[in-house]
Design a protein around this ligand. Structure first.
Ligand code: ZN
Length: 65
């Protein structure tokens, strides 16, 4: 019997959806780390402002800018 390689899940940093390497539609490498996305739209949003999505999600209210 063969071991199936463990499917690792990633979180789409934009919408919070769980994606795996096989279900992710888009991949984007930022600062040496790969991020996976459920759609091209999410990737584009991340690409435009990665820091916004990598920061802690919950800040109250949206007071940026
Ligand atoms: Zn997404």
């Amino acid at each position: 019997m063969k071991h199936q390689s463990n499917e690792q899940n990633f979180k789409d940093p934009v919408c919070g959806m769980e994606v795996s390497r096989t279900t992710a539609i888009e991949e984007f490498v930022y600062q040496g780390k790969p991020y996976y996305f459920c759609s091209g739209g999410c990737r584009e949003a991340f690409e435009a402002e990665p820091d916004k999505y990598l920061r802690h999600h919950r800040q109250h209210g949206i007071k940026q800018k």
